[in-house]
Design a protein around this ligand. Sequence first.
Ligand code: SD4
Length: 326
Amino acid sequence: MDLSRRTLLTGTAVAAAGPALARDDAPPAVLVSTWDFGAPANAAGHAVRLAGGSALDMVEAGARVAEADETNASVGLGGFPDREGHVTLDAVIMNGRGDMGAVCALEDIVHAVSVARRVMEATPHVILVGEGARAFALEQGFDTTPLLTPESEAAWRRWLETSNYAPRANSENTDWPGGASDHDTIGILGIDAQGRMAGACTTSGMAFKMRGRVGDSPIPGAGLSVDDEVGAATGTGVGEDILRVSGAHAVVEAMRAGLDPGAACRRVIERLARLRGDKIADHQVALLALDRQGRAGGFALRPGFTYAVTDAAGQTRLVRAESLFS
Ligand code: SD4
């Protein structure tokens, strides 16, 4: 990844590189997304915005970039499988007016986010799971693709040697920034030219999870929440933790109560820490929010969470979020 064309900031005014800039000095964001791979995703979403696309089109286009990237082992094609060797995808998409669709444990289809959008637009339901979700996708004309790549299969076979399930904090960012393992669940939030908001979240979930396990990502209110009156939020990290505090919904409600996006994320992370104490000692949980004025902010349990913010001029900056623990 070419960092030279982007500004690198921390959530505080102390920049790791580039000029110091406080959050509130930044121009309004129109797209924000989790982790460093958010930058190419935002670029795709921004292009859709320039072409007159809606917020929903923007976030779907962004999410599809991560899903199609087979070098990324935690979303879509090439995602790490469950403990039985099946890649199962979870995705959700929604606008800020209560329209939403999601799929859980979807197999053999690369663009889970687009299937989720079809659930939203072509069914009376919000969530389809497993075999039913796959059958619906086929009926809608989606192609099947084997999602397990030689690389993700090799990683799974190595994992089988110990079969020890222990999600690693920031596995997505071990050689941050811009390294080969620089990837994770993508949560992407956007505002279109009419001021409407939308969000999407898509993942292959925790590597080597139990078969049938679903995390926070496809669950409205946990992995994603969008409200045109207030703003939008998404999460990444250990999904079980985000589910326990209805993470994204809690962030949106904190913004409704008057907190800015970063402070709203912080409040929910602090609540999680009080609720779970030592039980989350090794976990990473990160929340990201965008309010309807285009202010972006994120906060994490531990260091290492980054997010990409793209403004209306298409300028992207990578922000390293502040965290509760060092
Ligand atoms: C999950 N939240 O399935 C997702 C995975 C993730 O960093 O974001 N990992 O629990």
